[in-house]
Design a protein around this ligand. Structure first.
Ligand SMILES: [Ca+2]
Ligand SMILES: [Ca+2]
Length: 193
């Protein structure tokens, strides 16, 4: 073997050793460690309440409306959606009517494409209706799974008509064709800001 060949092999070995030492000391393993620290530490960060968002709308009897909320925060723990509606007042005057209850339900489609459906709820006669759904974010998607679009499908079901309190005089039901509503959203998340 020539002296030059030995020198080339020697330099080659030196380069490989430098590369291996460099990878062990710095480079990608260090970046991964930072990521792991953040994953471990977020549970120690304070829990903050998000702002409260309201969207109002209106539904016809037996129809669906879609509402989209966006989230940009990481480490969301749980998110709550509330649907409120107040059936129109009983009609008085020429006749005396009772406005029978209306019904609603809603389905939440998460950014990780899981669906949660509420019960179908009738408002108590003469009082506001309320449906509350709180979704706990699964641990495997807690880092950033809540980021993105949350789709709410609001279903207005049967709407009870205004019925005469006394059926004398030929009074007929007054049709109730739907209802206005307010959808509210808020959530809790860990943050170090
Ligand atoms: Ca009604
Ligand atoms: Ca109504």
């Amino acid at each position: 073997m020539h002296r030059n060949d030995r020198m080339i092999i020697f330099l080659g070995i030196i380069i490989v050793v430098i590369a291996l030492v460099g990878a062990a000391v710095g480079g990608s393993p260090k970046v991964k460690k930072d990521g792991e620290d953040e994953e471990d530490d977020y549970t120690k960060w304070p829990i903050k309440d998000s702002d409260v968002k309201h969207i109002s709308g209106s539904s016809s009897e037996n129809s669906d409306e879609t509402v989209i909320f966006n989230i940009t925060d990481k480490y969301v723990l749980r998110i709550t959606y509330e649907l409120n509606w107040l059936d129109e007042a009983d009609t008085t005057g020429l006749g005396d009517y009772t406005n029978q209850p209306d019904s609603f339900n809603f389905t939440v489609l998460t950014p990780w494409e899981e669906a949660f459906s509420s019960d179908n709820v009738f408002n108590p006669q003469g009082n506001a209706g309320l449906i509350t759904e709180t979704i706990e974010i699964p641990e495997e998607v807690i880092k950033d799974g809540a980021i993105g679009e949350w789709t709410l499908m609001i279903h207005c079901g049967e709407c009870g008509d205004q019925t005469p309190r006394v059926s004398l005089g030929g009074y007929r039901d007054i049709q109730d064709t739907g209802n206005d509503w307010i959808l509210t959203r808020y959530y809790e998340f860990h943050t170090n800001n």
